[in-house]
Design a protein around this ligand. Structure first.
Ligand code: AP5
Ligand code: MG
Ligand code: ZN
Length: 216
């Protein structure tokens, strides 16, 4: 079954963590603009150099840049059976551009899943996060530690802490979320696409909640 899904939520809500479960179950790709941008930074491309300044400040990369990235990515053959958008759209302008892109393809979104977690929980989730350099799998030093410190359970890759997971940068990312991204909740509610999920509790509990609502 074709499924096109957006995972919406503040930094640390668990978008990447939950996307892994949906990928496993529905065999559709996860498209994270954050991952695409970090790959560009790592490869030292012109786009990566521009993006890094914004990312390190906890600000959004300009809309045209990420819209361009997404537009190219959705044209790839693996997107024909659907996809999970993780961290895109993040502004009303991006959401409108996505509507136009999808209309051009004769497609529509199935669900916009808003993962809701109080700000008070997010700081601890982000300051304790570790990510695999090779496969992007996510860990947390307290909540979901790897079997061996610093090593990915899935692929043996090295775990690292993201440059933007510093307290001051996290504060700015949360602020940006509330100002620029949270208006998308009303945007998708008006369009009848919004599915709100309680993002507190264990990772498995939340995966179960998301799974249940994707069947509706
Ligand atoms: P991006 O990479 O998208 O970061 P983000 O939105 O800040 O979200 P995170 O990846 O930090 O959190 P997440 O929700 O994926 O949580 P995770 O699953 O890792 O963007 C980075 C930057 O790129 C932006 O700041 C911006 O500059 C730029 N950018 C990206 N997209 C853009 C766009 N569209 N437009 C403009 N700029 C853009 O979980 C976090 C931690 O919590 C993990 O350690 C995990 O193990 C743990 N955890 C997860 N679930 C639970 C749970 N239930 N209980 C306890 N711990 C948990
Ligand atoms: Mg993420
Ligand atoms: Zn890995």
């Amino acid at each position: 079954m074709m499924m096109k899904l957006i995972l919406l939520g503040p930094p640390g809500a668990g978008k990447g963590t939950q996307a892994e479960f949906v990928v496993g179950k529905h065999k559709i790709p996860q498209i994270s603009t954050g991952d695409l941008l970090r790959a560009a930074v790592k490869n030292g491309t012109e786009l990566g150099k521009q993006a890094k300044t914004f990312m390190d400040a906890g600000k959004l990369v300009p809309d045209q840049v990420v819209i361009g990235l997404i537009s190219e990515r959705l044209d790839q053959p693996d997107c024909q059976r659907g996809y999970i958008l993780d961290g895109f759209p993040r502004t009303v302008a991006q959401a409108e551009a996505l509507e136009t892109l999808l209309q051009g393809k004769g497609q529509a979104l199935d669900h916009v899943v808003s993962i809701e977690v109080p700000d008070a929980d997010l700081m601890g989730r982000l300051t304790g996060r570790f990510t695999c350099r090779k496969c992007n799998a996510m860990y947390h030093k307290l909540f979901s530690p790897p079997k061996q410190e610093g090593v990915c359970d899935k692929c043996g890759g090295e775990l690292y802490q993201r440059d933007d997971d510093k307290e001051t940068t996290i504060r700015s990312r949360l602020d940006v979320y509330h100002k620029q991204t949270s208006p998308l909740i009303a945007f998708y509610r008006e369009r009848g696409r919004l599915r709100q999920v309680d993002g507190t509790g264990s990772i498995e509990q939340i995966a179960g909640r998301i799974d249940a609502l994707l069947k509706i």
